[in-house]
Design a protein around this ligand. Structure first.
Ligand code: FES
Ligand code: FES
Length: 150
């Protein structure tokens, strides 16, 4: 079995899995990191959105072999110890979540958006493709504007 080394939430890891295994499977089933959610498995719903080398990506469609030597961040790695990331705090302040299933991916997408657009327009926010079947889009928009102003 091949082995792959990468950094997850600041910690080096080595996994022994076939190289074509989707990273989402490795995160959830091998490493027990369950913040990234399995929704569609084909890169559409974005419930699994995480960051690789600082950019948003979908681990459900990323083979683990493509992650070798790279840095992956999931929702579990966003806070600074006990201090929430400003986007996480804005999510709480705006009471965004309903069932919560899509929310780790929504937050990770929002963090990446704000890195590229520190003062995003409504159109920038509405261009995010993360699906929320509970329809929290209005509160997501408010939370992103709140985080941008924080
Ligand atoms: S589970 Fe990854 S995009 Fe849907
Ligand atoms: S909060 Fe339920 S799917 Fe988004």
């Amino acid at each position: 079995m091949p082995s792959y080394d990468f950094v997850i939430n600041g910690e080096p890891v080595t996994v022994d899995v076939p190289g074509h295994t989707p990273l989402l499977w490795v995160l959830r089933d091998t490493l027990g990191i369950t913040g990234p959610k399995y929704g569609c498995g084909v890169g559409v719903c974005r419930a699994c959105t995480s960051h690789i080398d600082g950019a948003a990506f979908q681990p459900c469609t990323t083979p683990v072999a493509d992650c070798a030597g790279r840095g992956v961040t999931t929702i579990e790695g966003l806070a600074d110890g006990d201090t929430l990331h400003p986007v996480q705090q804005a999510w709480i302040d705006e009471d965004v979540a309903q069932c919560g299933f899509c929310q780790p991916g929504q937050i990770m997408a929002a963090v990446a958006l704000l890195a590229d657009h520190p003062s995003p327009t409504d159109a920038d926010i509405d261009a995010l493709e993360n699906v929320c079947r509970c329809g929290t889009y209005v509160r997501i928009r408010r939370a992103i504007h709140r985080a941008a102003g924080a």
